[in-house]
Design a protein around this ligand. Structure first.
Ligand code: NAD
Ligand code: K
Ligand code: MN
Length: 358
């Protein structure tokens, strides 16, 4: 590629503060990447209230027809039903078939706290997020509500394959390494489920992921284990260093990611990409954080690291590594940190400090 076109969708809340920070970092890379054109695109709760659509058709069209990739900030979805509103990020993942949400969670070597170096691979298109819900009058009075949980072998197999590929790649990358908790070790995939209770739905997820493992000889270089989702949380908090790649259905993946973020100090540090076979969109794991919006104190690192993941998957690993090294150096030095990780710096100051190192 001689140039890149990236859709930028800040959406709501701190998304409007952290996405520009990520853009500044991408701009500062100069000749390390092809020339980038940024295309600002609309979506979100504010957009819904202004013009009636949380995800305008034009946004989908431009992403599909014109962009090489995208960055999404965060959306302020209300916790009650609003007629005509539906989360634009959930919809975007479906429209673009971004079936995997890949979330690396790692502690910075040298920083206090538990040692973590894991990747959560979250299925991104089904489970309870198909949002088939209904409510009726209950026979005995009051109400009863139901939600349909969809698990297909198709979606479970392709997320399983993604998890094994990532585990193989990680094992390859750390082969000669001497530092880090996984240095020189073989890969491991932990299948997260609740098949002891939901033997049909989670049972299908578990079996589908296992069938992918069984079908391909090259995956045998990776160990496969399983963990029930509740004990997954327990073990992740007690001994996070035992997890390498964890693959989970949509809702469990969403929940354990926020837990894992707490282990490394803040949601403001954890990046992700929404990945499909034809498109990729970087996105911080966190939401729109209404409690801190508008104060210029949101941690921009989750978004900056998401930009790095985006570059990595678009085929610019050196530029991606450069960003990560600058972020790690700023975190280690400790002079510029936002309040969520115990500092007093602003979003702008942390971003400036990272830019200086690029
Ligand atoms: P949240 O992730 O927005 O915030 C949780 C806590 O983490 C808050 O205390 C917040 O201040 C803190 N936090 C999050 N990101 C931070 C950052 N970059 N720097 C410093 N602190 C940070 O989750 P919530 O409060 O449960 O949800 C708020 C809104 O976000 C809701 O409307 C929800 O629907 C939405 N949300 C959107 C997404 C998304 O866009 N994909 C994801 C999760 C939640
Ligand atoms: K987000
Ligand atoms: Mn979440």
């Amino acid at each position: 590629r001689s140039s890149l076109k990236l859709g930028m969708i800040p959406a709501d809340g701190i998304g409007k503060e952290v996405l520009p920070a990520a853009q500044r970092v991408l701009e500062a890379l100069g000749s390390a990447i092809p020339k980038v054109t940024f295309v600002p695109l609309l979506a979100g709760w504010e957009e819904f209230n202004a013009r009636g659509k949380a995800l305008p058709e034009e946004t989908i069209r431009v992403l599909k027809e014109e962009c090489d990739g995208a960055m999404f900030g965060s959306v302020s979805s209300p916790s009650h039903k609003v007629a005509g509103y539906s989360s634009p990020i959930v919809a975007l993942r479906k429209h673009l078939d971004l079936y995997a949400n890949v979330r690396p969670v790692s502690s910075v070597p040298g920083m206090p706290g538990p040692k973590v170096d894991m990747v959560i691979v979250r299925e991104n298109t089904e489970c309870l997020y198909i949002k088939k819900e209904e409510i009726h009058d209950a026979p005995g009075g009051g109400k009863v509500a139901y939600a349909t949980r969809q698990i297909t072998s198709y979606a479970s197999e392709r997320i399983g394959r993604m998890a094994f590929e990532i585990a193989l790649r990680r094992a390859e990358e750390r082969k000669g390494a001497t530092e880090g908790i996984w240095a020189g070790k073989e890969g491991k995939v932990t299948i997260v489920h609740k098949s002891n209770v939901l033997s049909v739905t989670d049972g299908l997820f578990r079996e589908s992921v296992r069938s992918v493992y069984d079908a391909e000889q090259r995956f045998k270089a990776v160990k496969v284990e399983e963990q029930l989702v509740d004990s997954m949380v327990y073990r992740m908090f007690r001994e996070p260093e035992i997890f390498d790649v964890a693959v989970a259905p949509n809702l469990y993946g969403d929940i354990i990611s926020d837990g894992a973020a707490a282990l490394v100090g803040s949601l403001g540090l954890v990046p992700s990409i929404n990945a499909g076979d034809n498109f990729v969109m970087g996105e911080p794991v966190h939401g729109s954080a209404p409690d801190i919006e508008g104060k210029n104190i949101a941690n921009p690192i989750a978004s900056i690291r998401s930009a790095s993941l985006l570059l990595q998957s678009l085929g610019f690993p050196e530029a991606a590594t450069k960003i990560n090294a600058a972020v790690d150096a700023v975190l280690l030095e400790g002079k510029y940190r936002t309040p969520d990780i115990g500092g007093k710096s602003t979003t702008t100051e942390v971003t400036d400090a990272i830019l200086k190192l690029l």
